[in-house]
Design a protein around this ligand. Structure first.
Ligand SMILES: NC(=O)c1ccc[n+]([C@@H]2O[C@H](COP(=O)([O-])OP(=O)(O)OC[C@H]3O[C@@H](n4cnc5c(N)ncnc54)[C@H](OP(=O)(O)O)[C@@H]3O)[C@@H](O)[C@H]2O)c1
Length: 242
């Protein structure tokens, strides 16, 4: 891994990568995505086919630096999300930088679709959080709370993301890494709550319809390039939003 911009330099170890991805202190929301050169975000319906060993290291570093992982229910379901466990590679990296080895996953779902029997609920060490709204089924919310999920009702008809981020911050979860997907990215941009986009650009042409955004964010949104890393032809970019 090497840094191309700013200040070209080799980045050979986890320590260097952790420093390259640190956020300013306090509340911060970063969106973490991988896309092909033509903007596709999946191969055969999941993101794995775009990845590389370097991308998996960056993914691990972003989780290690975060207080909480935020993810849309669509992504959590399709990508088969599991909780972060003690002794996992993320857990070991977190411990090496002086952090608690686990962190919660917060699933955003208007309909409270999280399955109480899923690994995210049953196996979680740091209890999984459900971010939903009052319009979701009260019985589903109660069943999830009974199963140990921390249920946050943020908004009436739909999830209000600024309220959700306030509720997470109230729990001390200020530094948020959001792992998508496209619907959640679009709503977060529309709500004006995104501080940073970390986009890994895979050197491949894929085609297909799954894109970074599932609709227009409301006019072209200019971003500012902060950093570019490279390994095996994969570019790892950090952009500031707003
Ligand atoms: N390449 C990458 O980096 C990357 C990253 C993430 C995902 N993906 C891919 O993207 C695809 C999933 O796309 P998607 O658009 O379905 O993902 P998504 O945004 O994760 O999920 C959509 C679902 O999440 C909930 N949701 C999302 N935003 C919400 C909001 N603002 N308010 C309330 N609920 C919200 C809703 O769940 P309910 O229906 O339960 O209410 C909605 O149906 C998968 O194929 C995945 O592999 C790729």
């Amino acid at each position: 891994m090497r840094r191309l911009f700013p200040d070209p330099a080799p980045l050979d170890d986890d320590e260097g990568l952790v420093e390259a991805y640190r956020c300013p202190d306090g509340r911060w929301l970063r969106m973490d995505f991988i896309a092909s050169l033509d903007g596709a975000i999946t191969v055969d319906g999941v993101s794995e086919g775009l990845g590389s060993p370097g991308d998996r290291r960056v993914f691990r570093v972003l989780r290690a630096l975060a207080d909480v992982v935020l993810v849309g229910h669509g992504t959590a379901a399709v990508e088969g999300y599991h909780p972060v466990l003690l002794g996992s590679s993320v857990g070991r990296l977190r411990e090496s930088i002086g952090r608690h080895p686990t962190l919660p996953i917060a699933v955003v779902s208007r309909r409270a679709s999280l399955d109480p029997a899923s690994s995210l609920v049953v196996d979680a060490v740091s209890p999984t959080i459900l971010v939903t709204c009052a319009a979701s089924d009260a019985g589903r919310r109660a069943a999830l709370a009974d199963a140990g999920v921390d249920v946050l009702v943020c908004g009436d008809e739909d999830v209000d993301l600024p309220t959700a981020l306030d509720a997470l911050a109230d729990r001390g979860l200020e530094q948020v890494t959001c792992e998508g997907g496209p619907q959640l990215l679009r709503s977060a941009l529309a709500a004006g709550v995104v501080d940073e986009l970390d986009l890994s650009i895979s050197p491949a042409l894929v085609g297909g319809e799954a894109r970074l955004l599932d609709g227009a964010p409301g006019g072209a949104l200019p971003l500012s390039l902060r950093q570019v890393l490279e390994e095996d032809g994969m570019l790892f970019t950090r952009y500031s939003v707003g």
